[in-house]
Write a protein that binds this ligand. Structure first.
Ligand SMILES: C[S@@+](CC[C@H](N)C(=O)[O-])C[C@H]1O[C@@H](n2cnc3c(N)ncnc32)[C@H](O)[C@@H]1O
Length: 531
């Protein structure tokens, strides 16, 4: 394999990039998604693209829609060679990076357009269509995009690409769709983007686009333990596709871990199967990819036996969750205090025993203030509680979103104590469960660091008849594999896993039915619900 020497200009680019990054705050970099592609990775991607276009293609019209200082252009020069690059254009919103790229690459024929790519690409004066796109777009999340911006992008994506994008999609989804609409038919594009879209509902439109409108050739997912962008908390995937509709029998190469040239695992997935797959991170199905799902969503799943809910969001745990002894010392009325579990970090055991008042037998015992009386009544009847509530003003928590929405502002969401809980985030690889299942024998509820599992229907009835079976259920939950939990949940850079209620509800519960076949009779296969 050819080794590429770092050219003097590439060394200068890296130094200037580091200098600009160093002068910007993290918040500023996040706002514009400014995390440059390490040049070695850009070269690897360019090499792969080169292997697809072959030596025959000698009129490369290169584009990077968010060029930054030009890591990808530098890689294109190194891999394709300057003679084969007929034209090259980079768009960049930030004038600092636009100027930097312009001056660095002035002698190479690279044209820099300073502006917002999503506006440039929609304008009559956009640059001619490229046939090779190498891109690492800004990973700006949807909550950092205001409503007008989202509406403009949604209608543009529909107009230019015929795709209806969910309002939850990040900016990178629009970049990919708009840039593909701009590029030449038959051209090749490589995109380094967050892998999140592969699993979540808002990714459906992009997945549909990738399986029906373009020919997806390769999807390489990096191992989340190997963070590509030290400080960008997402795991990434490289997508490479040809801008032409796919052949019926087409199969996509999914790879995982290692490098693009030498992945740790690979699998060819026929388009037909991919179109029906909810979670793309399950591919390649190989022991080294620890994200396979066992359940196909067709039941029985935990959702058939449990109502799964996030624990309560108090709006300010520091204020609402207090030590029970402290609450007693302040004279707060017991009937407006509810037992609550400490953060999972402080929970050493997965079985919570109870005292005679329903408080967990752990130290310290915590309670949450939860009162539905109007303020004048609290003031008149419960002066100690009133006095405590007054301290909220000086803590500045009254402006919080949740607190502002509640009436009265110290009333919590209604939640019954759950028999089981599952921690909401955690780490773990291979067989180790990233989340812990807790058997709660107390009357405590959990904060939103937990998911709460309330037995329902057949399982609830069985538990009423045989309360002793709770212990077996806890053991069955403890046997859900780490692979399956990670497969249903989502993973962030650095290997932090999270699982949402709907994801936990999709975990297979076949072991419950194997043990108690009578439970199977009232499980509706999900598909039947829609027949
Ligand atoms: C993730 S960085 C990648 C930079 C470069 N392509 C690379 O691979 O190193 C994304 C770049 O997009 C720029 N950017 C953010 N919003 C943009 C927009 N709306 N139009 C064009 N560029 C944008 C940022 O300033 C940043 O330089």
């Amino acid at each position: 394999m050819i080794a590429y020497q770092t050219t003097p200009i590439e060394s200068r680019r890296q130094a200037i990039q580091a200098d600009i990054d160093g002068r910007k705050s993290a918040a500023e970099r996040n706002r514009l998604g400014q995390f440059a592609t390490p040049n070695a990775l850009a070269i690897e991607i360019a090499r792969y693209v080169e292997s697809l276009i072959g030596q025959g293609q000698d009129r490369i019209r290169f584009a990077d829609p968010s060029i930054g200082s030009g890591s990808f252009f530098s890689a294109a020069l190194a891999v394709f060679g300057p003679k084969r690059i007929a034209t090259a254009v980079g768009i960049e919103l930030d004038p600092v990076f636009a100027d930097c790229a312009r001056s660095l690459w002035a002698d190479t024929g690279l044209e820099i357009v300073q502006g917002d790519f999503t506006q440039v690409v929609a304008s009559g004066s956009r640059p001619p269509a490229p046939n090779v796109i190498l891109a690492n777009p800004p990973y700006v999340r949807h909550h950092h995009m205001n409503r007008e911006c989202k509406e403009r992008l949604q209608s543009l994506a529909f107009k230019m690409a015929g795709v209806e994008v969910s309002g939850l999609a990040g900016l990178y989804v629009y970049f990919l769709l708009l840039a593909t609409a701009w590029m030449e038919e038959g051209g090749i594009a490589a995109w380094l983007i967050p892998s999140e879209f592969m699993d979540v509902n808002y990714g459906a439109a992009l997945k549909d686009f990738l399986t029906n409108r373009v020919t997806l050739i390769r999807a390489h997912r990096f191992d989340p333990d190997d963070v590509q962008f030290g400080d960008a908390l997402v795991s990434s995937v490289v997508l490479v596709f040809r801008n032409t509709p796919p052949a019926n029998a087409h199969a996509v190469e999914f790879t995982f871990g290692g490098t693009l040239a030498e992945p740790n695992a690979r699998d060819l997935i026929p388009l037909e199967r991919l179109r029906d797959s909810r979670k793309w991170t399950a591919y390649p199905s190989h022991t080294k990819n620890d994200r396979h799902t066992i359940s196909d969503g067709k039941g029985p799943t935990l959702g058939d036996f449990f109502r799964v809910q996030r624990g309560i969001a108090t709006g300010c745990n520091k204020f609402f969750v207090i030590d029970r002894a402290d609450a007693k010392g302040r004279g707060l009325p017991g009937k407006y205090l509810r037992p609550i579990l400490p953060s999972p970090r402080h929970l050493t055991d997965t079985i919570i025993n109870t005292d005679s008042d329903g408080y967990p037998l752990i130290d310290p015992q915590l309670c949450v203030i939860d009162c539905d009386l109007p303020e004048p009544i609290v003031e008149a009847q419960y002066p100690a509680l009133w006095k405590y509530l007054q301290t909220a003003q000086s803590l500045g928590i009254m402006e919080g979103y949740l607190i502002g929405k509640r009436s009265p502002w110290y009333k919590q969401e209604r939640r019954e104590p759950p028999l089981f809980l599952c921690t909401y985030m955690g780490r773990g690889s291979n067989d180790k469960q990233p989340f812990r299942f807790i058997w709660n024998r107390s009357k405590a509820i959990g904060t939103n660091l937990y998911l709460m599992l309330h037995a329902r229907d057949g399982l609830a009835a069985m538990l009423r008849r045989h309360p002793d079976r709770a212990e077996i259920i806890h053991a069955l939950l403890g046997r859900v594999t780490g692979h399956e939990l990670r497969g249903e949940g989502r993973v962030y850079g650095g290997g932090l896993n999270k699982i949402e209620p709907s994801e936990l509800a999709r975990i297979s519960a076949i072991s419950f039915v194997d043990l108690w076949p009578e439970l199977g009779s009232n499980v509706q296969p999900q598909g039947n619900l829609f027949d």
